[in-house]
Write a protein that binds this ligand. Structure first.
Ligand code: NAD
Length: 505
């Protein structure tokens, strides 16, 4: 879709629906600068969770497609058309790519919303700018990072340099399809690698569209490829491939563990994993503003329908304010009622697919069976639309041993757990296989820092939830992953370090 001259972003449901009617959706893979059907000709239906409508038939790639694309990516890497380009030139191309993403912002936001159900207001105001920013920030950094010289004796020179890995496969999830992809492809491309992006089978459309924009920006053929398809077919083929040098992943912990096995079974490719979470949001009675803390606790579980790796799904509240605070959270959740995702006023959209909705409903049942008290929501709604919607849900009286407190639900289901001392809060917070993120709310600077230091998590937020930017590394402790996305630390994933030693005569 090309944006008509002078067109502006729609401002209401009818406007977005009219724009959606003009979309022509591409479902093929992108290899060596061209759209291509899967080798076997297989496709799968891409169904919108907004209303159950089929959006497109998408190429269902498999082993043969993986072989073809890896060969193309290898050839592009070896011929140096991108890998040996001066960093400043790669920067210029990537900046054009970022500009094109912004220029096609309405179209990309629309594809994201139709494909995975998030509200159009968020897709337009969060997903699109965060994607272009990730690419722009990384591009701007790439000609400003230097190698090192070792502390050698006078007659020797030790150069420590970074070189691109080669062929990078990036396997990403469906909750923030473009953003998660951009956190991988930006540093991978900036450092000179050839990239194969495998989007989730639940949300392939924006990745497929981004590929053509990358070519338009000047990224050479074979350097950025997109292979849609299932994890157990094309994902597995890439993970086991003997000519993929580096595998970067965002998704569930179970699949992350499997990918480490695949690497061991094949060529010991580098494996970098961003996995699941069950993040604690700890509210002390002396939090500076309880109303604000409650509003952010609601956002932390309802934004993106709770389909967020850092969702504040365990709310730890000091007992003395527990009843009052739960009241404030439920009040705040009134602004998060499910609505039509194409309505710009909607804050809570559709759940990505039937399997995910079933999982959320099942966990709501498990919470009740385990004896937790359902105090808000708990039901599927808007069934007459043909779409998949669920109310943001709150359980009180949860203990950390319950499955709703220990397992990642990946939906808008909040578990409230009481505590009486900071030590108890820390113990509960850290009693998890995950360690992605955590927050602490208090007016006491000592409590804030003592708790923040004790939390075993990759990101800790004080008196807010979900802060951060491209300037800060993002990733997990424990079974939430390894390595870091974003910031200059991301370059560590995509480069090998070489020590070159010279003896002077
Ligand atoms: P998932 O693990 O089911 O799938 C992620 C990707 O892996 C998809 O592209 C899928 O096709 C692929 N895949 C599945 N099985 C595979 C296999 N055997 N071999 C190769 N590839 C395979 O996860 P999901 O349901 O798409 O996403 C939700 C999960 O992602 C949650 O656990 C969430 O916490 C996590 N997540 C983490 C972060 C983070 O930065 N830590 C960010 C977003 C989402």
């Amino acid at each position: 879709m090309n944006k008509p001259e002078g067109s502006t972003t729609p401002t209401d449901l009818a406007g977005w629906q009219a724009l959606a009617a003009t979309l022509s959706i591409e479902g093929r893979a992108y290899v060596s600068g061209h759209y291509l059907g899967a080798h076997q000709g297989e496709t799968f239906a891409c169904i919108s969770p907004v209303d159950g409508r089929e959006l497109a038939q998408v190429a269902s790639c498999s082993q043969a497609d993986a072989d073809l694309v890896v060969m193309a990516a290898r050839e592009a890497f070896e011929n140096g058309v991108w890998s040996r380009l001066a960093p400043a030139k790669r920067k210029a191309v990537l900046l054009r790519f970022a500009d094109l993403i912004d220029a096609h912002g309405d179209e990309l936001a629309l594809l994201e919303t139709l494909d995975m159900g998030k509200p159009i207001g968020h897709a337009r105001a969060v997903d699109v700018p965060a994607t272009s920013r990730a690419i722009r920030w990384t591009a701007e950094a790439i000609d400003k990072v230097y190698g090192e010289l070792a502390a050698t004796p006078h007659d020797q020179i030790g150069m420590i340099s970074r070189e691109p890995m080669g062929v990078v496969a990036a396997i990403v999830p469906w909750n923030f399809p473009m953003i998660m992809a951009s956190w991988k492809i930006a540093p991978a491309l900036a450092t000179g690698n050839s990239v194969i992006l495998k989007p989730s089978e639940k949300s392939p459309l924006t990745a497929i569209r981004l590929a053509a924009l990358a070519t338009e920006a000047g990224i050479p053929a074979g350097v950025f490829n997109v292979l849609p398809g299932y994890g157990h077919t094309v994902g597995k083929a890439l993970a086991l491939h003997m000519d993929v040098d580096c595998l970067v992943f965002t998704g569930s912990t179970n699949v992350a563990k499997q990918l480490m096995i695949y690497a061991g079974q094949s060529n010991m490719k580098r494996v970098w994993l961003e996995a699941g979470g069950k993040s604690p949001n700890i509210v002390f009675a002396d939090a500076p503003d309880l109303r604000k803390a409650a509003a952010e606790a609601a956002t932390a579980i309802a934004f993106n329908q709770g389909e967020v790796c850092t969702a504040g799904s365990r709310l730890l509240v000091e007992e003395s304010i527990r009843a009052e605070f739960i009241g404030l959270v439920c009040e705040a959740l009134k602004t998060w009622r499910p609505g039509h995702p194409l309505d710009p006023a909607t804050t809570c959209g559709a759940i990505v697919d039937q399997a995910q909705l079933d999982r959320i409903i099942e966990y709501i049942g498990i919470g009740q069976t385990e004896g937790a008290k359902l105090v808000e929501g708990g039901h599927r709604v808007m069934e007459n639309t043909g779409g998949l919607y669920v109310q943001p849900t709150v359980f009180d009286g949860v203990n950390n041993r319950m499955r709703i407190a220990s397992e990642e639900i990946f939906g808008p289901v909040l578990s409230v757990i009481g505590f009486t001392t900071a030590e108890e809060a820390i113990k509960i917070a850290n009693d998890s296989i995950y360690g992605l993120a955590a927050a602490v709310w208090t007016s006491n600077i000592n409590t804030a820092h003592r708790v923040a230091k004790a939390l075993r998590a990759g990101s800790v937020w004080i008196n807010h939830y979900d802060g951060g930017d491209m300037t800060a590394p993002f990733g997990g402790f424990k079974q939430s992953g390894n390595g870091r996305d974003k910031s200059l630390h991301a370059f560590d994933k995509y480069t090998e370090i070489k020590a070159t030693w010279l003896m002077l005569e």
